[in-house]
Design a protein around this ligand. Structure first.
Ligand code: GTP
Length: 302
């Protein structure tokens, strides 16, 4: 695809951590730019891409595994297995721990399930700017006895301390291969997907169970206009012809409301004016459509 060089590497990193461990902060450090993903979006149903990190000739696709901790409801349990499916397709799993507020009740079950898994694992103790050295080392020892971590890192996602070393080590764990995302798309990739995610959320919010699970939002165009505003075109893909009028609503009223709500949210998140154009496409076998999966950031799910 993007690169011909045999020496490039590309892989998927599943980032795990209890709430508040500092995942977003770390992802921003690794990606090296502000990624507009908020914790409010944490409970989506599928594993999602957090961002793309580059290190020399290596591209790392960072993915989230939502709802992985202590699922209570049935829906949450389904999400956990979906999350693990994501992790299964990952090349490495990064477990991020806040050594001060460890949330052991959430950490322990995760460590238990990590232990038997085939992925390469690294343990990252965060917030070293606030943690004391000795308990930190004791914690590292304690946790490393519970899963076969290849390496342990001490970082501050906030200050960036220790992050470059960790990033380089992670990059070395990625398999050789061509880059999955062309270089010129990387900077916008997270935002493109976020934009699609927001529209998808509105679809579910406004249509509830009227719309079956097998619908998707596909990013088509993401363009910065000279006046600083953003022009975004997206396709709402549904599985059956009968679903088209549901999404459109009477005289197009529903799709207009979906678009308006998504546009407002996106504009607030990104801090710029957004022009959002939506249209519906019927594609019976979209769930089999590899290319579409790639575009919506799910390419790594088998
Ligand atoms: N002192 C310190 N604070 C940090 C560090 N990393 C993250 N934080 C803070 O910890 C809090 C949680 O960070 P987030 O990055 O939002 O955590 P998260 O894991 O993405 O949280 P969820 O979205 O709830 O899963 C924020 O207040 C961060 O500023 C760090 O290295 N040092």
């Amino acid at each position: 695809m993007s690169s011909e060089s045999a020496s490039t590497r590309c892989g998927v990193v599943a980032v795990l951590g209890a709430p508040n461990a500092g995942k977003s902060t770390l992802v921003n450090q690794l990606v090296g730019q502000k990624v507009a993903i908020t914790s409010a979006k944490a409970q989506t149903t599928r594993a999602k891409m957090l961002g793309i990190a580059l290190h020399e000739q290596t591209q790392m696709i960072l993915v989230d595994t939502p709802g992985i901790f202590a699922p209570r409801r049935r829906l949450d349990r389904a999400m956990v297995s979906a999350a693990w499916e994501g992790a299964e397709a990952a090349d490495a799993v990064l477990l991020l721990v806040d050594p001060i507020k460890q949330r052991r009740h959430e950490l322990e079950p995760l460590l238990g399930s990590l232990a038997g898994r085939p992925e390469r694992k690294i343990l990252v103790l965060n917030k070293v700017d606030r943690a004391k050295k000795e308990p930190l080392l004791a914690l590292a020892q304690d946790l490393s006895a519970k899963a076969d971590f290849e390496q342990i890192f001490f970082v501050s996602a906030l200050t960036g301390d220790g992050v470059p070393e960790m990033k380089a080590a992670l990059a070395a764990m990625m398999p050789e291969g061509v880059w999955h995302y062309p270089e010129d798309q990387v900077s916008d990739a997270s935002e493109r997907l976020l934009a699609a995610e927001i529209t998808r959320e509105q679809l579910y919010k406004q249509l509830h169970e009227e719309l079956p699970y097998d619908s998707a939002v596909r990013p088509e165009l993401y363009k910065h206009r000279p006046d600083g505003s953003l022009e975004i075109h997206q396709q709402i893909v549904v599985g059956r012809e009968t679903q088209r009028p549901i999404v459109l609503g009477k005289g197009g009223s529903r799709i207009k409301m979906i678009g308006e709500a998504a546009r407002a949210e996106l504009s607030e998140l990104l801090g710029v004016e957004v022009h959002l154009f939506l249209h519906v496409k019927v594609s019976e076998n979209w769930a089999e459509d590899k290319e579409l999966f790639e575009e919506i950031g799910l390419d790594w799910v088998k």
